[in-house]
Write a protein that binds this ligand. Structure first.
Ligand code: ATP
Length: 796
């Protein structure tokens, strides 16, 4: 990258500043022309929409459909054009003449190699093509490209070319602008050996390098896109074909999250129709969702991409509570799948009230039995009976009865079916009627099969038209909800029955106790989803949707951009199957979470990014098996990212010491920057006070944010310690730090963080790799600092 301001050829009297100003002025003029053109396009789109809408609802259905499609296209276009893009235009490449004269659909020459005569014998070369790169493509009235969309093939050399493999690129320029004003340009000269000219004049090179400028920028509470400085190894991942599974590994700060989000935008650009099926981005925490969710809109993409925290994947669930590592280990284990299956089936047979069931023990069933007052105590003496033990009906004028043992046998036979439990109800109904028919002895009275069939029809009708029978069925084979089953598992006796020979007694005790807690935990969500699959949802008659009459006539509600949002939300709620799934921080998914995510991507292609060295899950083999199951046998392409763009070398070096212990032999990514400032160490006398003081000091040193990472158990208290420091300082538990970054970080009590779980050292590694500028480590009671205050875990 260029770290100088000079011209490639011209030793004239130009000063670096005047060269830069002239270049900025040139880019400003181009940007002005682009905005003029955009305004023309906006007017065109508005005209098209109004014109189409004015045509009202006359015409053939075909014409109406065409009109609607036109309105739709114009609406989408308008929406994108109206988007206030920062750095709308951010790049430019100056290329040698290509080998052939073919142009691609974006108007640019497609040739990758320079023409044989592009460079003359004395190393002189005239620039044959100049392309500007931006967030969306813009053509002028003659279809000549004014701006190439960053995802178009013609833009790839902007990201891929290097001095070693420059292709046709002579100069790459990053343009920095705010609103409509160009603020600066940063050039890289990729063919310094050439004497290049543009329109006969020497090609100037100016600026300090775009990547460093981007990396040094203060952080806010929102991630920025990296579209103007994507590096070659990242670009390969972003543009990898989507045919199967793309797996990306890389250490902290290598851009995995950024790359994953840019890939979503790229895939949509490549094949919008296919990905209209939806792209799901699974993120580990709501904090990371909030941090990253602005990136896609800044790339001009919204709507088709749902970014969800792993604790919010099930509709209606918003889990933020964390289990202790011991409980999480049980809830996340693949063994839970068998326990849940048994629980869902077992609950139907339970002689006690079903937890959370509004029906349980209501004693109002009217199936003609004197057993209504036969209310039994559950075996743990907890609640009155909710399940009838006898079915008595009158058919053909006779009383027919099934007793408890017969009912139990029937239930067992019904459960022999493999369908989800709630969907077995019709089978249960059929088996009951069969049993009643055969018990009634009516069959013997009708030796003729035809007459017998007719009689049977009447018999069934007699029974099923009675409310009593339906009431019985409701009580005997109720529709269970995942929440009911999960709360029933909080009963330790039942849970130990359902998990016999699967869980250890200690695990049962811990699990039952955790399930008795009010708040839904992140790991509960995967259990609820599994239960949903085990139970199934019976088909219900569709509720008529409130339809806007205009909607029916013209489809406009779907098409008008300003009305698109509510519609989109509705689609997101309904969607359980996506066209592409991106899993961020994949190393942390438990086997049960892989099952949950896998159910949403049965027909999807995948991008899976992660770093085993940052895993907080202690049982990697179990998770790997579940991951393989979710991803299926699709072919996989693997990529590794090797450069750390976040941490300066001083911080990366300290973190590498923990990595060497946590995962011996794992290479650290190489840091691209250095600040010259070593991490600071404080030995706490009063943890709260010292942490607050250190955060306050760092707030003065950096322009952006300060993150204080504490052991999970202290996170509530730690928020109080920082209460008066304002919004730039935030406290978070070690597990919540995943994926986030701050200008400065305070890591509090490393030993405590490391001891919190079996994967604690890896969690500490995550905490130490969050800072872009400054890091302070505060030692607590359990740390053993040396004379410089460096705690034992971080000593070389
Ligand atoms: N090519 C790039 N240009 C500018 N900034 C970049 C580039 N690549 C990554 N970054 C920045 O580096 C930081 C780290 O990126 P990101 O969070 O995507 O890394 P990660 O690999 O997901 O890290 P972790 O594993 O620690 O969560 C972000 O601030 C990101 O914007």
């Amino acid at each position: 990258m260029a770290a100088h301001t000079t011209t490639a050829d011209d030793p004239s009297a130009d000063t670096p500043d005047s060269v830069r100003d002239r270049e900025i002025q040139g880019e400003q003029e181009h940007l002005d022309r682009v905005y003029d053109r955009l305004e023309e396009k906006i007017h065109e789109a508005e005209f098209l929409m109004h014109d189409a809408a004015k045509r009202g609802h006359v015409g053939t259905p075909g014409a109406l459909a065409e009109r609607d499609a036109q309105v739709y296209r114009a609406g989408v276009h308008l929406n994108r054009l109206n988007n206030e893009f920062e750095d709308f235009l951010f790049g430019r490449i100056d290329l040698l003449q290509g080998k052939d004269g073919k142009r691609g659909p974006d108007g640019a020459y497609t040739s990758v190699e320079p023409a044989d005569d592009a460079v003359s014998g004395n190393g002189r070369a005239e620039i044959g093509e100049t392309l500007h790169i931006g967030r969306i493509g813009v053509l002028d009235a003659d279809y000549t490209p004014m701006v190439i969309d960053w995802r178009a093939p013609a833009a790839a050399p902007f990201y891929r070319s290097t001095p070693v493999a420059p292709g046709r690129v002579v100069r790459r320029r990053v343009i920095r602008s705010k609103g409509r004003k160009v603020l600066g340009v940063e050039d890289d000269l990729l063919r310094p050996e050439l004497t290049a000219t543009l329109d006969g004049a020497p090609l100037p090179v100016t600026g300090d390098g775009a990547l460093m400028a981007a990396l040094g920028r203060a952080r806010t509470h929102e991630m920025r896109d990296i579209v103007s400085s994507i590096q070659a190894e990242q670009d390969k991942v972003i543009r990898a074909p989507a045919a199967s599974v793309t797996e990306v590994e890389g250490g902290p700060g290598t851009g995995k999250t950024a790359v994953a989000l840019h890939r979503a935008a790229y895939l949509l650009y490549q094949d919008r129709r296919r990905y209209a099926g939806g792209i799901l981005v699974v993120s580990p925490t709501p904090l990371l969702v909030a941090y990253t969710e602005g990136v896609l809109p800044s790339l001009g993409e919204e709507g088709q991409v749902a970014i969800r925290a792993i604790g919010s994947l099930v509709e209606g669930a918003e889990a933020t509570a964390y289990d202790t590592p011991a409980v999480a280990r049980v809830k996340g284990s693949s063994r839970m799948a068998r326990v849940l299956r048994r629980a869902a089936r077992g609950l139907l047979d339970e002689p006690v009230a079903r937890g959370g069931s509004p029906r349980a023990g209501d004693g109002q069933l009217s199936f003609g039995d004197d057993d209504a007052d036969d209310a039994r105590q559950g075996e743990d003496g907890a609640a009155p009976a909710g399940i009838p033990t006898r079915l008595r009906v009158v058919a053909f004028g006779t009383r027919v009865e099934l007793d408890a043992e017969e009912l139990r046998r029937i239930r067992r036979a019904v459960l022999g079916g493999t369908a989800p439990v709630n969907l077995l109800r019709p089978r249960a109904r059929r088996f009951l009627l069969d049993a009643l028919w055969s018990k009634s002895g009516a069959q013997r009275r009708y030796p003729d099969p035809e007459l017998a069939a007719e009689a049977r029809e009447g018999f069934d009708e007699d029974i099923t038209t009675e409310d009593a029978f339906t009431d019985f069925l409701d009580a005997w084979w109720p529709e269970l909800t995942p929440a009911q089953v999960l709360s029933a598992m909080a009963d330790e006796k039942r849970l130990s029955r359902w998990s016999r020979r699967i869980l250890q007694p200690g695990e049962v005790r811990r699990l039952a106790r955790a399930l008795r807690r009010e708040a839904l935990s992140v790991h509960d969500v995967a259990l609820l989803d599994e239960l949903q699959a085990v139970l199934g949802t019976p088909a219900r008659p569709k509720k008529p949707r409130d339809l806007d009459p205009l909607d029916q006539l013209t489809g406009l509600d779907e098409l008008m951009p300003e009305q698109a949002a509510p519609r989109r939300n509705r689609l997101e709620e309904e969607r359980r199957d996506y066209a592409h799934i991106i899993v961020d921080e994949a190393q942390d998914l438990t086997p049960m979470q892989w099952r949950m995510v896998g159910r949403r991507g049965r027909h999807a292609t995948w991008t899976v990014v992660g770093d085993p060295a940052q895993s907080s899950w202690p049982d990697p083999d179990d998770a790997a098996a579940a991951r393989d199951e979710a991803l299926g046998t699709r072919p996989r392409r693997r990529f590794t990212l090797t450069v750390n763009y976040r941490n300066p070398a001083e911080i990366a070096e300290l973190a590498a010491r923990v990595l060497a212990v946590a995962m011996p032999g794992t290479p650290s990514p190489e840091a691209v920057r250095s600040t010259g400032v070593q991490p600071a160490f404080v030995t706490a006398r009063d943890v709260a006070e010292d942490t607050r003081a250190e955060a306050a000091r760092l707030l003065k040193e950096v322009d952006g944010t300060v993150g204080v990472v504490v052991p999970m158990a202290w996170r509530e208290n730690a928020r109080g310690w920082l209460a008066e420091l304002g919004e730039r300082a935030v406290a978070l538990g070690s597990l919540e730090a995943k994926g986030l970054e701050y200008d400065a970080t305070v890591v509090v009590c490393p030993a405590e963080i490391a001891d919190e779980s079996p994967a604690g050292l890896r969690v500490l590694y995550v905490a130490l790799t969050r800072a872009t500028q400054r890091l302070t480590v505060i030692s607590g009671d359990r740390d053993l600092p040396d004379e410089h205050g460096v705690p034992d875990l971080l000593q070389p």
